[in-house]
Design a protein around this ligand. Structure first.
Ligand SMILES: Nc1nc2c(ncn2[C@@H]2O[C@H](COP(=O)(O)OP(=O)(O)O)[C@@H](O)[C@H]2O)c(=O)[nH]1
Ligand SMILES: [Mg+2]
Length: 372
């Protein structure tokens, strides 16, 4: 049930649609042949009305059915639609298209009936003109919705690619604590950088695969790295979207004093993040273990265990010893590659636990209606 905005066809404007509809209608009328002048005119004119109505109704209803229904979309996607374009407007404009299709269908039926009920050619022309006028006026009301959907598509197709059915690890913490370095070190392959369409903010996604599950790690620079009062409404909505997405959250804490944010401020941010992601298990992790003085006592033990596991082919899901700091928090060095494999296994287990215990985890495509 992934939403593939990229595959949605362009939304035609009001003028483009009318040109297309009336153009086809004219061609359809040109093909009509009947030696009887009354019959020929009736056929030509009713075909014009029917064809233009069919083209418009089909295009409008197709758009409505191709665009994802909010009731059947994953929570994260709905939250992103809300953040990017607004779900109320989304529903409203799609329903305007549905309304337009209904109106145009009725106009066509009524005026074709008028043509069949008369033998007078001028009245037939009047019915055709009336139909075109009324269709154009309905399209005049649908036009703004087409324009809105056209713009929404441009925005939505740049949304970050996240697979809600695979584990997602949200990485937060103040700037420069080592989030990017950690994700980079845990990732295989390159990091995807997506732009939030509505801000200058980016979303970085790294991946590692374990037992055929792709674990996605999200770095959200500018969103979960500073006090809430600094954020604008759109950023707050983006955070609300994150609230539903993560299997697990990591909060990176830099005790080295190198990152530029004091430890008090970092702990304050930690409290905020906890309230922002209430349903997501949160693990606080100390970054830059190599800068800790003294080094964590298990430094060599962890380093050797990881090296041995890698030499043996990095197989299975070993119980590698975790590197811990003096306060007992998990720590790692992205720079010196110590504690990373152990942390990766720990994350795999946390995601498994979340999956097994989460009463919200429903089969693919199910709507988590109680959360929206
Ligand atoms: N010594 C040390 N420096 C690190 C480590 N991880 C990151 N850094 C440094 O900390 C700075 C900020 O790291 P970055 O990953 O960009 O932080 P982010 O802003 O949280 O994404 C960079 O200069 C990194 O080289 C680490 O494990 N050890
Ligand atoms: Mg970064």
């Amino acid at each position: 049930m992934r939403i593939e905005w990229r595959t949605l066809p362009t939304v035609l404007t009001e003028e483009e649609l009318l040109d297309k509809a009336f153009g086809r209608a004219k061609k359809a009328a040109d093909r009509v042949d009947d030696p009887n002048r009354v019959f020929r005119t009736r056929k030509q004119l009713s075909r014009m009305v029917q064809t233009s109505s069919d083209v418009l109704c089909t295009t409008l209803t197709e758009t409505v059915s191709l665009w994802p229904s909010l009731d059947q979309s994953p929570t994260f996607d709905v939250a992103m639609i809300e953040a990017c374009v607004g779900t109320d407007k989304y529903r409203h404009h799609l329903s305007m298209l549905q309304w337009g299709a209904g109106q145009i269908g009725r106009i066509s039926t009524q005026n074709v009936r008028k043509m069949t009920r008369t033998a007078r050619i001028p009245l037939m022309h009047d019915a055709r003109k009336e139909a075109y006028g009324r269709i154009a006026s309905v399209m005049g009301r649908v036009g703004p919705s087409l324009a809105w959907l056209g713009e929404a598509r441009e925005t939505l197709k740049r949304l970050p690619h996240l697979d809600a059915m695979q584990p997602i690890i949200v990485v937060c913490g103040a700037p420069n604590v080592g989030k990017s370095a950690l994700i980079g070190a845990l990732s295989t392959g390159t990091m995807e950088v997506n732009h939030y369409p509505f801000t200058t903010k980016q979303l970085h996604v790294g991946h590692f695969t374990h037992r055929r599950l792709s674990h996605q790690m999200l770095d959200t620079p500018g969103l979960l790295d500073r006090p809430m009062e600094d954020r604008n409404a759109i950023e707050q909505q983006a955070i609300a979207a994150l609230e539903h997405v993560g299997s697990v959250a990591l909060f990176l804490y830099d005790a080295s004093g190198e990152c530029g944010t004091s430890t008090e401020e970092q702990l304050h941010l930690l409290e905020e993040v906890k309230t922002l992601l209430p349903g997501t298990p949160l693990e606080v992790i100390t970054s830059k273990a190599d800068l800790l003085d003294p080094l964590p006592s298990a430094w060599d033990e962890v380093k050797d265990a990881e090296a041995a596991w890698r030499e043996a082919g990095s197989l299975g899901q070993p119980e590698l010893p975790l590197l811990r700091d003096e306060d007992g928090r998990i720590t790692l060095s992205a720079l010196q590659d110590v504690g990373l494999d152990a942390l990766r296994m720990h994350l795999v287990r946390l995601c498994e636990e979340k999956r097994d215990t989460d009463p919200m985890s429903l089969p693919e495509g199910w709507h988590r209606s109680d959360r929206v």
